[in-house]
Design a protein around this ligand. Structure first.
Ligand code: MG
Length: 369
């Protein structure tokens, strides 16, 4: 992919807008005070908020910058937002958490769209088809069309369709994944659902009969992931010509006090057993956006990626030449950014967002001005 020149925003004015301070104190008093304290302690640099480190920057400072938008003059943030013609937002943790909308987030994205920007939602969630994702977004109030919804189940099926895949696919994943495969004309595959061992492992192994002509193992989020599925995937992948695809490699998610393993944990188990690496369709891989870029629908230099996960959303945006904004309503928060700032190395460079805001709804203030 050609190297894309990124916009550099260099804000000289370091004076904080009085109206903005009043608004912030009223709406997020505790949050702002906390951030100010943290920044003061770590000598947070707000003088060059939106400039990205260059390749020539010394290793010690690579990726050290991330601008907290709540600490910038409102007019400057507004100008920064106006410079984008396309906004790509993650769904889970940015717009909603499961079926509950995050207060004000969808309204903020609708306002961005109403201001003339192209809007896309890009999600790694493979448990719903593109149509199901779109219906959900619409039901929660988002003004969006199906072709503005980028998701991994659909993208994985399209990837195989584009390569004219005609063999059998062994699928670990939810029903949405097999539904999208069927819609793409890839009809030779197993069904989703439980696959549990009912006998001794020796009996299971000796009685197992391979499907004929298996050309791909596809791994998505599967709450029925099991020893049987793992064994079958590993067995099929002994054939080096069998494709190994992962919808995404998210490590985990949280619900209340419980940590739920993500698709990446299933993928890692198979990778460990086979010694092979999966080809990843979802973020941070560029797959879901490449066709839009090649068709000219998305211009990377004018695009902002908004996400809640610095391990997937931020490198996804960075890989594609977008600017990136982390929101603190999902997986990672400002404290994680501060942790990144203490680290060195290339990983930090890929994970560090260009900007941070506690929640997407906070953007509405800047849109009004
Ligand atoms: Mg997310």
């Amino acid at each position: 992919m050609k190297i894309l020149k990124k916009k550099i925003y260099n804000f000289q004015n370091n004076i904080i807008d009085v109206d903005f301070i009043i608004m912030s104190l009223l709406s997020r008093f505790a949050d702002l005070i906390c951030h100010l304290k943290i920044c003061q302690n770590l000598h947070f640099d707000t003088s060059k908020p939106f400039s990205r480190q260059t390749e020539n920057t010394t290793k010690k400072t690579i990726g050290k910058q991330c601008t907290n938008l709540l600490l910038q003059p409102a007019t400057e943030v507004k100008s920064w937002l106006n410079s984008f013609n396309t906004i790509i937002a993650d769904g889970e943790g940015v717009l909603w958490i499961y079926d509950k909308p995050i207060p004000g987030a969808i309204d903020a994205l609708n306002q961005l769209k109403a201001s003339g920007k192209q809007i896309y939602v890009c999600t790694n969630n493979s448990t719903q088809t593109r149509q199901q994702h779109t219906f959900k977004a619409e039901r929660l109030g988002l003004n969006i069309r199906e072709n503005e919804l980028l998701c991994t189940a659909h993208a994985t099926a399209q990837y195989l369709k584009d390569m004219q895949f005609l063999k059998y696919a062994y699928v670990i994943g939810a029903e949405a994944l097999t539904t999208e495969l069927d819609a793409a004309g890839i009809v030779l595959h197993n069904d989703s659902g439980p696959d549990i061992m009912h006998e001794a492992v020796e009996k299971f192994a000796t009685e197992f009969r391979k499907e004929a002509n298996v050309g791909a193992v596809i791994v998505g989020y599967d709450t029925h992931f099991s020893f049987c599925k793992l064994a079958k995937a590993v067995t099929y992948l002994k054939n080096p010509d069998c494709l190994f695809l992962a919808t995404n490699v998210d490590a985990s998610s949280s619900t209340g006090d419980m940590v739920l393993p993500g698709t990446g944990s299933f993928v890692a188990a198979i990778e460990y057993s086979t010694g092979r690496k999966a080809y990843v369709i979802g973020k941070p891989s560029a797959n879901m956006c490449m066709q839009y870029i090649e068709n000219g629908l998305i211009q990377p230099e004018n695009t902002l990626m908004i996400g809640d996960n610095y391990q997937t959303d931020m490198p996804f945006g960075r890989n594609l030449g977008f600017q990136t904004l982390l929101v603190g309503t999902g997986t990672h928060t400002w404290s994680d950014v501060l942790h990144l700032k203490k680290l060195n190395g290339n990983l930090v460079k890929h994970f560090m967002p260009d900007a941070y805001i506690p929640k997407l709804a906070d953007l509405k203030y800047f849109l009004r001005r």
